[in-house]
Design a protein around this ligand. Structure first.
Ligand SMILES: Cc1cc2nc3c(=O)[nH]c(=O)nc-3n(C[C@H](O)[C@H](O)[C@H](O)COP(=O)(O)O)c2cc1C
Length: 388
């Protein structure tokens, strides 16, 4: 059956990928309450249907950090994407370029920034703080050389999240039994095995080349993260990043108004209101539930982006109405990548555009730049957030 929604791509990815990888993508921290709240709270925001408003011409374009996006959607940085489909980062970047939206590359990507830049276009680059500052400086120099126009600095991962699904699969377990189970899991998914394991080249995290020996298996990645991610970082470290990054700098993982104000005070260009897709602090609020308050607090001084639970163009319009300039999509694009590769990602981006068109047409919104709270039901029948 042909997938026609992100939910369909999720099911198709579940069939094609080894269970350990599907659950790594699909799962969240601990009891997955925040993961669920991201989508449930977005579903509760109610769009206000308006009619007879001449919606024959719609403008989807948005300016962000000196670039024009064909619609307010960005492919979020997702680690290990090259394991969901062969050179998955390149496939995602191609689909994004075709759709006229940015592709973001994770530090934990299989392909390097230079490889994506050469094959398609320089990606927006996502960085974690690694203890070895010498290595960090070198990495940032490589990212600059590759021509990456925007740097996200992810701040909601001072320690790696704890996910029951990953633990059950022994994802971080170095013992032979766990590795054998993972090998059996791979053998049970031959299409993936042929595409990624046989034809996909070595399992390395390209951006981390030189950072540590033997980063060639899943459990080695996790123990490296545990050892190398710097839990001591504070707002002062933003200056350190700033000194090495002249371009637009975006803090990813802000969920609190006070932190958003601190981000503005330290002079970053944007923030992503995000709980890392519910993968870090279970019990934290959904991104959509805190978006409006944060966007109002920082005003137009910062570009406020949002992610978490965005599965359709309808969700995008809801987020824009509550103050986001654009949305990042994580699982939506990697389910499609895992299910159908580049073609799947292209199709999902088409779906987002069609759904956004539908949502704008029936709320009487002719330009994404004009979306605001007037597109939402508020008051008596309110099921969104806050009141007028
Ligand atoms: C499998 C997976 C891996 C991720 N890896 C990273 C990463 O390496 N760096 C990062 O900043 N965010 C990472 N994220 C978080 C996404 O960038 C994004 O914040 C999140 O997926 C948004 O929620 P959504 O999946 O509901 O759209 C990851 C998310 C997933 C699902």
């Amino acid at each position: 059956m042909r997938p026609v929604s992100v939910a369909d791509y999720r099911l198709a990815a579940r069939r094609r990928l080894p269970r350990v990888l599907f659950d790594y993508i699909d799962g969240g921290a601990y009891g997955e309450r925040t993961l669920a709240a991201n989508t449930e709270d977005l579903a509760r925001v109610t769009l206000r249907q308006r009619v007879l408003r001449d919606v024959s011409r719609l403008d989807f374009g948005v300016e962000l950090f000196g670039q024009t996006l064909s619609m307010p959607v960005i492919l979020a940085p997702v680690g290990l994407s090259g394991l969901y489909a062969r050179r998955g980062e390149i496939q995602g970047a191609r689909a994004a370029a075709r759709a006229g939206v940015p592709f973001s590359l994770s530090t934990m990507g299989v392909a390097t920034a230079a490889e994506v830049a050469k094959a398609v276009a320089p990606p927006w680059y996502q960085l974690y703080m690694i203890k070895d500052r010498g290595f960090m400086s070198e990495l940032m120099a490589r990212v600059r050389e590759a021509g990456c126009p925007v740097l996200y600095f992810t701040v909601d991962l001072p320690v790696p999240g704890s996910r029951y699904r990953d633990a059950r699969h022994g994802m971080t377990d170095p013992r032979l039994a766990a590795r054998l189970r993972q090998a059996m899991d791979g053998l049970a998914h031959p299409a993936w095995l042929w595409d990624v394991r046989v034809r996909g080249g070595a399992w390395t995290l390209g951006n981390l080349a030189g950072a540590g020996e033997g980063l060639t298996s899943l459990n080695q990645f996790w123990s490296w993260i545990g050892r190398q991610f710097d839990a001591s970082i504070t707002w002062k470290d933003i200056d350190w990043v700033r000194e090495r990054w002249p371009g637009p700098l975006v803090l990813k993982g802000v969920l609190d108004v006070e932190d958003a104000r601190a981000a503005r005070a330290c002079g970053v260009d944007g923030i992503v209101v995000s709980n890392h897709g519910g993968r870090q602090l279970d019990g934290a609020p959904s991104s959509i539930s805190v978006l409006e308050e944060i966007a109002q607090a920082v005003g137009s001084d910062l570009s406020v982006l949002m992610d978490g639970g965005v599965r359709s163009g309808l969700d995008v319009l809801k987020a824009l109405s509550l103050g986001a300039r654009a949305c990042l999509i994580g699982r939506a694009w990697v389910y499609a990548l895992g299910a159908r590769g580049e073609e799947g990602v292209t199709r999902v981006l088409d779906l987002f555009r069609q759904e956004l068109r539908m949502a704008m047409s029936l709320t009487g919104c002719t330009s994404v730049r004009e979306a605001g709270p007037n597109l939402l039901m508020r008051g008596k029948f309110e099921s969104g957030f806050g009141t007028d």
